[in-house]
Design a protein around this ligand. Structure first.
Ligand code: ZN
Ligand code: ZN
Length: 390
């Protein structure tokens, strides 16, 4: 047995990998409703000898699958996602994402008798909305895990980078109704409050760092033009490269909402309508292992270009355990945004399938390195401790 044998192992898994990715493509399910999708992953893992807790942490579509060599050693975890988007199905390619990470866990399990240790595949629902990785990072899920790996389909082979810390905040304004023509002076206009909020935030942009993002919608703007609205609501995402910076920005946004309410004679309440995502902190030692394994299979990983644009729930994981989140090209390098029909359909092309098989092998090889080389794992841990003791 050796690392090279992973090639034959993945080759043998190819029909099952393709079947799983295609099945999910044909059966897209929204976050926390991934019943068929999670079941298909669990069946695949059980078939290959994994012990599976399903449901996991009280989430019906989450699971934790373990393959234990029975010999001492580290634990490598792969994070599987399988949620889709409204209307366009797997526009983010999570049909392939989950297949790759589950497949890597299965491939690695086949050489575990040689390396010792354990491999865990975590089924992590609702990445697009209310990421369950956030709950897993808060619970004891990663206490006995040494590294966590997730990889995402993309339009380039890009190294694991960073992602924005994010809050999803909702503001509600409460006023008083009045006839908008008959006696408007008797009203307290909650629509004015929400418009003030947008104007306040827009004025603040000049004093915001260019890397920060605040973007929102009016989710409730009143019911009829002849009634002064007594209730309005707006939803915002507030993002910044680091958690502390995001917290400071959030305080300023809340202050804008307070002032907006006051100016309109209304009251205001805020709440968080989705979970907060922490920024992604890539473990560079682990990332270099992945990049080298990619290169060994002929894939050159490129550095991130430009600013970080999105937020990931793997960010929260990366704050409790050494983690990476690299990207692999499924579009033949053609620039294509995620969350589109075009990107979705790249998961059904020959090029996409080849990228899928290759990435399964790269991920499994990276896991192998962690299990087989104690010095490498030690270096990963030293970096993690140094990063978070600062
Ligand atoms: Zn995604
Ligand atoms: Zn997405």
């Amino acid at each position: 047995m050796s690392k090279e044998q992973l090639h034959q192992i993945v080759e043998a898994l190819q029909p099952e990998l393709k079947k799983l990715s295609d099945y999910l493509y044909d059966n897209p399910e929204l976050g926390l409703k991934e019943f068929k999708s999670s079941k298909a992953h669990v069946e695949f893992l059980r078939k290959h000898g994994f012990k599976v807790e399903y449901p996991y942490l009280d989430f019906e579509t989450a699971f934790r699958a373990t393959f234990d060599s029975g010999k001492p050693g580290p634990t490598v975890a792969y994070l599987s996602e399988y949620d889709a988007l409204p209307e366009i199905g797997h526009g983010c390619g999570h049909n392939m994402l989950g297949t790759v990470d589950t497949g890597a866990g299965i491939a690695l399990s086949k050489v575990l008798s040689e390396t010792g240790g354990r491999v865990v595949v975590l089924g992590t629902p609702a990445e697009e909305t209310d990421g369950i990785k956030v709950d897993m990072a808060k619970a004891d899920t990663f206490d006995d895990i040494d590294v966590a790996i997730c990889s995402h389909p993309s339009d380039k082979n890009e190294v694991s980078g960073d992602s924005l810390a994010m809050d999803a905040i909702k503001f509600e304004f409460f006023g008083k109704t009045a006839h908008a023509a008959g006696a408007p002076w008797e009203g307290k206009n909650a629509l004015d409050a929400v418009i003030n909020l947008f104007n306040g935030i827009n004025a603040m942009r000049q004093q915001m760092k260019p890397t920060a993002r605040v973007h929102g919608i009016i989710s409730d703007g009143g019911l009829a033009a002849n009634v002064i609205p007594d209730y309005t609501a707006a939803e915002f995402y507030v993002r910044a490269p680091k958690k502390a910076e995001k917290e400071a920005l959030l305080e300023r946004v809340i202050a804008c909402a307070q002032a907006a309410a006051q100016a309109a004679g209304c009251t205001m309440k805020h709440s968080f309508y989705e979970k907060s995502y922490d920024d992604m902190v890539t473990n560079q030692v682990l990332s270099r292992l992945f990049n080298q394994n990619a290169l060994d299979l002929g894939v050159e990983m490129i550095e991130n270009e430009g600013d970080t644009i999105g937020s990931l729930d793997t960010g929260n994981v990366s704050q409790v355990v050494p983690a990476i989140h690299p990207y692999y090209d499924i579009t033949e390098g053609k620039p294509l945004a995620k969350h589109t029909v075009e990107f979705r359909d790249c998961t059904k092309t020959d090029f996409g399938y080849q990228a899928m098989y290759r990435t399964v092998e790269i991920l499994a090889r990276t896991g192998y390195d962690v299990l087989a080389d104690t010095d490498k794992l030690q270096a990963i841990k030293v970096e993690f401790d140094e990063t978070f003791s600062r």
